[in-house]
Design a protein around this ligand. Structure first.
Ligand code: ADP
Length: 491
């Protein structure tokens, strides 16, 4: 079966859900066309699953958790299976990179970077699986108290379209390391790598029913999965609005959730910073994946003495950026779909209409297919901190610049949105590095660096509307398990 689905993907035929280790269609037989964002052409289709399919998948995951061999698989063996999966990802790296790149439109080198990160997640959680343990707690005389870290049970993972393979890996790596079983619902716009990875998981030796995939629309399959009473925990990465809907659905069953939501992440450039070193990071943090990254660095706060210098250096770089098809491997690819392209273009047009100065615009490759969803990068400055492009997550290649005076104003501006996901601080003043890192409300702060994505070892998650719970690193293993306290009275 290993080669069966991959051949199907390559030939662009009808793909299937993977439930209880078997490829199955949606019970309704309805399907979703899969188009390549680079040209808009349909090259595959996936099942449009509904509530009945979700129910089948959850029941399979429940059986595998309650009664299957998984429930008796020791932690080190779970770790070995994850490590094997990582090695299979490495072995099929070229195929997976090409698949992800075609499905999402991202440049091929980003597809390759995603494969490398995916491999690292399975390797990291493979190694971590047998290194998480409980405590013994000093208690009353005549008692021994200890804690066990137990899996939640069936974990539902709702995955977005921007980094499907990587985000699946951080969810599946942590969930499976702790002994949960999984039902994954990838995004309707980018499901293919999820199906392929689940298939590789079977090949690695994960028992049937441990790693289930159902494809479908968020409003159907996603909504049914988040509200299903057989699901014990829901983990979601995606937009803030959808995160709220999923939490409301999960609340009906009082289930725990991890929410990795939007961002409006600032990078703060102080006048004493090494500006030449900062520039490539400032550009890459918003151009990577076409700006369709929750941790995109979409606001740059620049201390007044160097504002002009940084703004003109960025304008110079922005004017040379080119968007084009994934296989051309240019600075950025297309947006994921027409809706997203129109949304990003709408933000740019509204900012121009409102009189926000447009400092530079990149271009779209002249031979880019007309059916692709391209937006050329846009650089705005100086932007009013209350403007829509200063406050709302655009999720596209749109960068805004803001001048500031002194540390206090920098921190106020950095914290002046509803989000709090990532921040960058550029300064060579050691005291300031620590002060600012402490006062910026963000789940990750980079000093003289910026890392959108990657860093599998680094706990990641939001403050404020950017969400709650932590993914990546050891922290994710705590989110993916629950503490059980056991008390012995022995006299
Ligand atoms: P976008 O709006 O850009 O498609 P979303 O955050 O809505 O981004 O999508 C992320 C994931 O959430 C996708 O897998 C999508 O199908 C799913 N999703 C969308 N709406 C819902 C919903 N109401 N309930 C559960 N999942 C949903």
């Amino acid at each position: 079966m290993g080669s069966h689905l991959s051949t199907t993907v390559a030939q662009g035929r009808a793909l299937m859900n993977l439930i209880d280790g078997k490829p199955v269609d949606a019970l309704s037989g309805q399907r979703i066309d899969v188009a390549c964002p680079s040209d808009g052409n349909v090259f595959a289709s996936v099942p449009a699953s509904g509530a009945a399919d979700v129910d089948r998948a959850v029941k399979a995951a429940r059986r595998a958790f309650d009664a299957g061999p998984w429930s008796r698989t020791p932690a080190f063996e779970r770790g070995r299976l994850l490590t094997k999966l990582g090695l299979l990802v490495e072995k099929h790296g070229d195929e997976l990179a090409a698949l992800e790149s075609r499905d999402t439109g991202k440049p091929l080198r980003q597809g390759r970077a995603d494969v490398a990160a995916t491999m690292r997640y399975y390797e990291f959680y493979g190694g971590a699986a047998d290194k998480i343990h409980g405590d013994t707690i000093p208690f009353l005389d005549g008692y021994t108290a200890l804690t066990l870290r137990e899996p939640h049970g069936v974990v539902a993972g709702i995955i977005p379209w921007n980094y499907p393979m990587q985000i699946l890996a951080r969810v599946a790596g942590a969930a499976l390391a702790m002994g949960n079983t999984l039902v994954v619902k990838p995004a309707e716009d980018a499901s293919l790598s999820t199906i392929r990875i689940a298939e590789l998981a079977l090949e690695a030796g994960f028992p049937e029913g441990v790693f289930n995939v159902i494809t479908g629309y968020g409003r159907d399959a996603g909504a049914a999965l988040s509200a299903h009473p057989g699901v014990d925990y829901v983990t979601f990465t995606g937009s803030t609005l959808t995160g709220t809907a999923i939490q409301q659905a999960a609340a009906v069953n009082n289930r725990g959730v991890t929410m990795e939501l939007g961002g409006k992440s600032p990078q703060i450039v102080f006048a004493d910073a090494d500006i030449e070193a900062a520039l490539p990071y400032l550009v890459n943090a918003i151009i990577q994946n076409g700006g369709q990254t929750c941790s995109a660095g979409s606001r740059i706060l620049i201390e007044k003495p160097v504002y002009g210098q940084v703004a003109s250096a960025l304008a110079d770089r922005f004017s040379k950026l080119t968007a084009g098809p994934h296989e051309a491997d240019l600075d950025l690819g297309p947006m994921i779909n027409a809706k997203q392209r129109d949304r990003v273009a709408g933000f740019i047009a509204a900012a121009e209409e409102a009189g926000v100065p447009l400092l530079a615009r990149g271009s779209v490759a002249h031979d880019a297919p007309s059916g692709g969803f391209y937006v050329s990068p846009a650089l705005f400055g100086a932007v009013d901190p209350a403007a829509a492009i200063a406050q709302e997550e655009v999720f596209g290649p749109v960068l805004s610049l803001f001048p500031f005076e002194g540390e206090e104003q920098a921190i106020a501006l950095a914290n002046g949105t509803e989000f709090g996901l990532v921040a960058g601080v550029w300064t060579n003043d050691g005291g300031r590095q620590h002060r600012v890192a402490k006062r910026v409300r963000a789940g990750q702060v980079f000093v003289n660096a910026y890392g959108a994505g990657g860093g599998v070892e680094l706990p990641f998650g939001g403050f404020k509307k950017s969400g709650h719970g932590r993914e990546k690193g050891f922290e994710a293993l705590f989110d993916m398990s629950a503490t059980k306290t056991v008390v012995f009275r022995h006299g």
